[in-house]
Design a protein around this ligand. Structure first.
Ligand code: EPZ
Length: 430
């Protein structure tokens, strides 16, 4: 089993390039099979979840040509079945986008119920409600979501809860439905806008993405396009918070600063300096942090995907802070691990009350999910001594070459695959 081993204490300096947004790319790859013409997608992050989805669309017959690690050409004209199920696809969340894509194009989809990080119950009732109101029958049969209809008809859908996944999924199916669909209380995340832009570049007619009302007029056919995925705001935020925790001065490049506003605001509150450029942000930190309060909210609020990283920062900030998680009910699973590193955190319902300590102390910890895993790495970068992070499989779902990018900034971190390599690293750094 691979692990990250970290010798903490080095401030981070230099420049880091941010890759394409995983959660936008996953939806875009699914949407790419909706045309029979060849679609070229660039700025794909080379991470595990993306590769699982690419393999799944290949298995149902789509032609996938990897131009390079970040660029792919997809042709959906060879698709011969609408049933998607394998042991890998069952583990990722974004498999649900294949329901919207296949239902839109073929009026029939059979897709394994989605898995993903264990951060709460994660129902897909809103997706199903949307497809049903467009005329599809949707049943769960033998672990598959089976959606089919003769006619997919545009409709008016109100989402009871703001959901990124349901908004995008309904938008995809509606892009090829008959007539007009209106999605109210839609999610406004940058990746919702990116998927709408992608579909529009294929000839869809989607207006209002980025606001809470999206209007879609269905078209009969979509066509080829070339598209580049937006930068990953969560990867960027993770590096920004790493600099804040360790101290240092880093230029985070290839980002859209507007998408990072909530993250930047919190960094300023805790006492860091942040400079914005056209496509980069510079974070300067002396490692001394102030306490603050944060609540996760749908965009443009503070992202739930940055919540564990925020808690790690506040764990070494002066005074008492609170972190309120309002999106997922089970996103504090890292607290026990962070406590092993010396943090003082008490969780009451969906609020973590954090009393800052001077420093973390290195320990052996498990990554409980993707973002929490990245957060534990940040704690390890700041900690006294050696930290070993197990289960980095989760981290690799969403961060490309995480340890290499951090090493380039001066961190002492390595990926090791056995005890011998681990001891070798410890000898090297001590
Ligand atoms: C997406 O998950 C992301 N995943 C998550 O990223 C991210 O944390 C989340 O959006 C919020 O930004 C992908 O894009 C693949 P939601 P999703 O639907 O679509 C409830 C990461 O670390 N809800 O916006 O599953 C739900 O329980 C991951 O990259 C319903 O009740 O999130 C939650 O409370 C983890 N019924 C809220 O809505 C539904 O049918 C928001 O969930 C759908 C959602």
């Amino acid at each position: 089993m691979e692990q990250y081993v970290i010798k903490g204490g080095n401030p981070l300096y230099g420049e880091v390039e941010i890759g394409g947004a995983k959660n936008a790319a996953l939806a875009i790859l699914a949407a790419a099979i909706m045309t029979d013409e060849t679609v070229t997608i660039d700025n794909l992050p080379n991470v595990r979840d993306i590769n699982v989805l690419l393999q799944a669309i290949q298995e149902i017959g789509a032609k996938v040509e990897r131009v390079d690690v970040h660029k792919v050409k997809i042709n959906g004209s060879f698709i011969r079945e609408v049933s998607v199920d394998n042991e890998f696809i069952r583990k990722i969340r974004a498999s649900y986008y294949l329901i919207g894509a296949l239902l839109g194009k073929y009026r029939h989809a059979e897709v394994a119920l989605p898995g993903g990080c264990d951060i709460g119950s994660r129902p897909i009732d809103l997706h199903i409600k949307g497809f049903r109101s467009m005329g599809a029958t949707v049943e769960i049969e033998h672990g598959l979501v089976v959606a089919k209809t003769d006619r997919l008809v545009g409709t008016h859908i109100y989402l009871d809860k703001v959901s990124v996944g349901a908004t995008i999924n309904i938008m995809m199916a509606a892009a090829m439905a008959e007539g007009k669909t209106v999605i109210e209380n839609a999610a406004k995340e940058p990746h919702v806008v990116d998927v709408a832009n992608f579909l529009n570049s294929m000839g869809a007619n989607i207006r209002g993405a980025g606001t809470d009302v999206i209007r879609i007029v269905g078209v009969e056919k979509l066509h080829k396009t070339e598209y580049s995925v937006i930068p990953d705001q969560i990867e960027a935020g993770t590096f920004m918070f790493a600099v804040a925790a360790t101290g240092g001065d880093v230029l985070v490049k290839d980002v859209i600063p507007k998408h990072l506003e909530a993250t930047t605001a919190k960094l300023l509150e805790v006492g860091c300096k942040v400079e914005e450029f056209d496509d980069a942000v510079r974070v300067i930190s002396d490692g001394k942090l102030n306490h603050t309060q944060v609540t996760t909210l749908p965009y443009p609020g503070f992202p739930t995907d940055m919540q564990p990283q925020m808690a790690v920062l506040l764990g070494i900030a002066e005074g008492t802070s609170t972190v309120t998680e309002s999106i997922f009910e089970n996103r504090f699973k890292y607290v026990d691990e962070l406590t092993r590193m010396g943090a003082t955190i008490k969780v009451e319902s969906n609020i973590a009350i954090i009393t800052g300590v001077k420093k973390y102390s290195g320990a052996r910890v498990n990554a409980p999910d993707l973002r929490a895993g990245a957060a534990l790495v940040i704690a390890g970068l700041e900690a006294d001594g050696i930290t070993v992070v197990d289960d980095i499989y989760y981290i690799e779902r969403g961060y490309e070459e995480f340890e290499k990018k951090l090493s380039k900034l001066g961190a002492q971190i390595e990926k090791v695959s056995d005890e011998k390599e681990l001891q070798k690293f410890i000898l090297k750094v001590s």
